[in-house]
Design a protein around this ligand. Structure first.
Ligand code: MSP
Length: 516
């Protein structure tokens, strides 16, 4: 057996200052789709997600709720664990930055930066946004009455305190050289330009410790300071694969990560600070950072004050988990911003899922039941039309691989649904129901070709709609073992003569309640 190539993929770790919202769900689902696709394609995948629990923002929120930070973190972190469960996310690990091994790992990174001569003590005087957990220079801010706002719209506060600094300025040229030599390091391409321009403007040293509160990882050798939450948070990606034990099998196998999936708002931390920390610590740099877009609700930013926050639980309860996953992956080009509107969700469910895919499966499988006693027929000689449809399905492997290499999840889905449309046109053109009396052998061939194409479509659809795809494969009697549902089995065909279970629709239509 050939060894499976490793593939390490991560989401950002979410702050635990509030319950999970749709943006978190979107990131988890999209990363899950990539991880599942890679597994089906024979990779040894390690998929990490988790929670970011230190820092001023979390401490403040916990206190405002009258709780100790750790108790508060436990509660909210559990909600994130429940969310990934509810959304059928197949993460291999869930990291919490309050885990003791992570604290050890962050302190080790600090020591390496110090040994490299990149840490020095001074004091920070300037602006800080607690919501962004980020420092800003005056030029980056805008004035709103007598308040100063960060580019995110968050209010900033003035701080003056002793602080250790990281010599970020020393990494400007190295970072630019890295972007130049690795054009795919930052994706999609327009985000890359943003980062390159930011670094070209000049990097100043970064404050990496705080003294005015203590919810964080103590700085080795000086526990009046706690580490800047981002230094601790970014380290999660190596802790999870075994750091500081760089000889651990998991570290050797999975690091450097293949891709960090994150939102566009935190690109600077991942594409500038993180590689600089790693360079300083003498650790290899991740291969790619992908900045996805932001979800809005009917064009507006999701926010508590606008009262338009959609929770993942609500969306799942209303539409179903596969429906939600499909909509989010199909509607919003991956890498761009996108709006979530109920009409668009219903349209996708009824047209793409219930009608195009669901009806195709139901029509074909019930014809096999009615006309062939539920036994998969034996195909005869194939016509040009049969070949054309089978080739369209066969081409999906190469097409989807290319799309997924660019992480163009929406285009992968478009490609699969083009074959769904081909198959529907083929049913209409071949009209197998009319062949029953006239040419039953030909009817058998047509139904067999369709069943086999549906099998292939279902295999490709698994990463996005795992429950429905699995139900469809069950209905085609494709066993769920020994890779029978992975890409290596695409070339196999269905066994004629197999008895198929009773079909049942995989996607009900969504009926909008009439407002009374
Ligand atoms: N804790 C940091 C990440 C540390 S990674 C070492 C953080 N947390 S967060 O909870 O604010 O955001 C987690 C992820 O969700 C980020 O990648 C962020 O971009 C993403 N999203 C938050 N709101 C979003 C939308 N409205 N739409 C899509 N993704 C969004 O940042």
């Amino acid at each position: 057996m050939t060894e499976r190539p490793p593939f390490y993929i991560t989401t950002a770790i979410s702050y635990v200052n509030g319950a999970p919202h749709l943006g978190h769900a979107y990131e988890a689902i999209s990363t899950d789709v990539i991880a599942r696709y890679k597994r089906l394609d024979g990779y040894d995948v390690f998929f990490l997600t988790g929670t970011d629990e230190h820092g001023q923002k979390v401490e403040k929120t916990a206190r405002a709720c009258g709780k100790e930070p750790k108790e508060f973190c436990d509660e909210i972190s559990n909600q994130f664990i429940a969310m990934v469960d509810a959304l059928n996310i197949t993460n291999d690990a869930f990291i919490r930055t309050t885990d003791s091994r992570h604290i050890l790992s962050s302190r080790m990174v600090w020591k390496r930066l110090e040994e490299a001569g990149d840490i020095y003590l001074s004091s920070y005087t300037g602006w800080y946004s607690v919501r962004d957990e980020a420092f800003f220079s005056e030029e980056e801010l805008t004035k709103d009455g007598d308040r100063w706002l960060a580019p995110s719209g968050a209010e900033v506060e003035w701080i003056e305190e002793p602080s250790y600094f990281f010599r970020l300025s020393a990494y400007q040229d190295k970072l630019l050289a890295h972007y130049e030599a690795n054009p795919d390091f930052i994706m999609p391409p327009h985000r890359r330009n943003e980062v390159v321009n930011f670094v070209k403007q000049g990097l100043t040293d970064l404050s990496v410790s705080r003294t005015s509160f203590n919810w964080g990882v103590p700085v080795p050798g000086d526990d009046r300071h706690i580490m800047y939450v981002w230094l601790d948070a970014l380290t999660n990606y190596i802790t999870a694969v075994g750091y500081p034990d760089e000889n651990a099998d998991s570290f050797q196998k999975y690091w450097p990560a293949d891709v960090h999936v994150i939102g566009k708002d935190i690109l600077r931390f991942h594409a500038v600070y993180w590689p600089a920390f790693l360079m300083s610590a003498g650790i290899r740099i991740p291969k790619k950072v992908f900045g996805h877009g932001f979800l809005t609700i009917e064009g507006q930013k999701m926010s508590k004050s606008l009262g338009n926050v959609v929770t993942p639980d609500e969306m799942k309860a209303t539409y179903g988990v596969d429906q939600m996953r499909y909509f989010l992956m199909r509607e919003v080009p991956y890498g761009s911003d996108g709006s979530v509107a109920p009409e668009a969700i219903v349209q996708r469910i009824n047209s793409d899922l219930a009608n195009d895919l669901g009806n195709l499966g139901q029509r074909v499988l019930s014809m096999i039941h009615k006309n062939c006693d539920g036994i998969l027929p034996t195909p005869g000689a194939l016509t040009q039309d049969d070949d054309a449809l089978l080739i369209a399905a066969k081409d999906l492997l190469e097409i989807t691989r290319q799309e997924m290499a660019d992480l163009a999840i929406h285009r992968m889905l478009e490609a699969i649904w083009r074959v769904v449309a081909d198959a529907n046109r083929y049913v209409d053109a071949q009209a197998p129901w009319a062949l029953r009396k006239r040419d039953p052998a030909r009817m058998g061939t047509v139904l067999y070709v369709l069943a086999d194409v549906i099998r292939q479509i279902a295999i490709f659809a698994q990463p996005v709609i795992p429950e429905a795809a699995s139900a469809l494969l069950d209905q085609l009697a494709v066993v769920d073992e020994e890779g029978a549902r992975s890409f290596s089995s695409l070339e196999d065909s269905l066994s004629s003569g197999a008895r198929l279970p009773m079909p049942s629709p995989i996607f009900p239509r969504f009926v909008v309640d009439d407002p009374a």
